[in-house]
Design a protein around this ligand. Structure first.
Ligand code: PHE
Length: 347
C-alpha cells in the first residue's frame, strides 16, 4: 500500500477516503511483516517499518494535515486506534519471542537447578562482644555509665594512683608489657577509674570495659590479652552492703536465679577491705570465682582529690572471658582467639 499512497501524496493532497483506505492496508502490512519474525531483532525491524520515523503509519499521521479540521479529527481517531492495535500486538509478539528465546537458552545451557545456591553466611558478634554488651546492658539499667580509656597507660595511672607502690609485686616487669620507660600496656581497666574520678565529682557511677594485657603464657585459663569490666561507684554513704547488693543484682541478671554468693577476704592495694567473690548454683558443690572487689582505698580517693571522710566507694573487676566461659561451659580460653567458625557460630 505505501508506494501507491505516497505516490498520490506527492502529486496532490490526499482525501479522507484515500487515507482511510491506506490505513486498512497498514494493518495488513503489519500482519505480513511481523508474521514470520524469528527473534526480537527482526520484530524490531518490522516495528520500524510501520511505526518508525519513516514508517507507513507515521507517514499517514503526517498526511492528516492535508485534511480539513473535521476530517482530520475523524481520521486521527482511526489512526490512533490502529496504532494502539499494532502496539499491543507488538507487545504480545515480543513476549512470545522473549519466552521462546529464554526457553531455548535454558535448553541449550542446561542449568542444573538441583545444585545448591551460593552460601553466604551471616556474620555475627563475637561471643566476647556479646557478653560485654550484655554486661554493659545490665549496668546501664542500674544507672551506670560506660567509660573507656587508653590501652597504653603510664605507670602513674596503671599503678601509682591505684596505691600500687614501686615495690609491689605487680610492678615486676614480668607482669606487664612495657613500651618504654614508664609506659606500658594496661594490666587492668582500673586506670580508667582514676581518669574518670579526676574529671568528675561524686557521685560517680561507671563501668569500664576494655582490653588488658599481662605477661601470662597462654594456656587453657590464661591469655596475655584479655578483657575486663571494672565497676566503680563513689558517693556519700556507700557501704559494703551496697557492694553486695550490686553484685547480687548482677549475678541474678547475668547467670539467672538460683545462685548463691560467697565473699572471702582478699587483697588489692586499691581496695580495703578487699574480697574475692564466688558463686555457686544452689544444690551444687563447686564454688566458681567470678571477681575481685572491695571498698575503694582512702589513698586512692585522696589521690584523685576526693575527701575520704566525705565519700566512700566500691569497685570490682571481672574478666569477660571468664564470664563467657562460665556461662557457656567453655573449657579453653584460647578458643576465643582462634577464629574457628565451628566455635564462633555456636553463639
Ligand atoms: N583491678 C583488679 C584486677 O585487675 C580487679 C579489681 C578491681 C579488684 C576493682 C578489686 C576492685 O585484678
Amino acid at each position: 500500500m505505501d508506494a501507491e499512497f505516497f505516490h498520490l501524496r506527492y502529486t496532490r493532497a490526499v482525501t479522507l477516503v484515500e487515507l482511510l483506505r491506506a490505513a486498512e492496508g497498514v494493518w495488513a502490512q503489519w500482519e505480513e511483516v511481523s508474521q514470520g519474525v524469528e527473534d526480537l531483532e527482526e520484530l524490531e525491524a518490522a516495528r520500524v517499518r510501520i511505526l518508525g520515523r519513516k514508517g507507513s503509519l507515521t507517514q499517514l499521521f503526517s498526511a492528516l494535515r492535508d485534511l480539513s479540521p473535521a476530517e482530520r479529527a475523524e481520521a486521527g481517531k482511526i489512526l490512533n486506534d490502529l496504532k494502539e492495535r499494532i502496539e499491543s500486538s507488538l507487545v504480545v509478539k515480543r513476549e512470545a519471542l522473549a519466552k521462546r528465546t529464554r526457553e531455548g537458552r535454558l535448553a541449550r545451557e542446561r542449568y542444573d537447578f538441583s545444585l545448591p545456591g551460593k552460601w553466604r553466611p551471616l556474620g555475627k558478634l563475637h561471643p566476647l562482644t556479646q557478653v560485654r554488651l550484655e554486661i554493659e546492658e545490665i549496668f546501664l539499667r542500674l544507672g551506670f555509665d560506660v567509660a573507656s580509656g587508653p590501652e597504653t597507660e603510664t605507670e602513674y595511672y596503671n599503678f601509682e594512683a591505684l596505691n600500687i607502690g614501686p615495690d609491689h609485686p605487680a610492678r615486676d616487669e614480668w607482669d606487664s608489657f612495657y613500651l618504654g620507660d614508664k609506659v606500658l600496656l594496661r594490666t587492668h581497666t582500673s586506670p580508667v577509674q582514676i581518669r574518670v574520678m579526676k574529671e568528675r565529682q561524686p557521685p560517680v557511677r561507671i563501668i569500664c570495659p576494655g582490653r588488658c594485657y599481662r605477661r601470662d603464657n597462654p594456656d587453657a585459663t590464661h591469655s596475655p590479652v584479655f578483657h575486663q569490666v571494672e565497676l566503680l561507684w563513689v558517693e556519700k554513704g556507700l557501704t559494703f552492703a551496697h557492694l553486695k547488693w550490686v553484685i547480687g543484682e548482677f549475678v541474678r541478671a547475668f547467670f539467672g536465679p538460683g545462685y548463691e554468693m560467697r565473699f572471702s577476704a582478699d587483697f588489692f592495694p586499691f581496695t580495703e577491705p578487699s574480697a574475692q567473690v564466688h558463686i555457686r548454683k544452689k544444690g551444687t558443690e563447686r564454688w566458681l570465682e567470678i571477681m575481685g572487689a572491695g571498698m575503694v582505698h582512702p589513698r586512692v580517693l585522696e589521690e584523685v582529690g576526693y575527701d575520704p571522710k566525705e565519700v566512700t566507694g566500691f569497685a570490682f573487676g571481672l574478666g569477660i572471658e571468664r564470664m563467657a566461659m562460665l556461662r557457656y561451659g567453655i573449657e579453653d580460653i584460647r578458643l576465643f582467639w582462634q577464629n574457628d567458625l565451628r566455635f564462633l557460630s555456636q553463639f
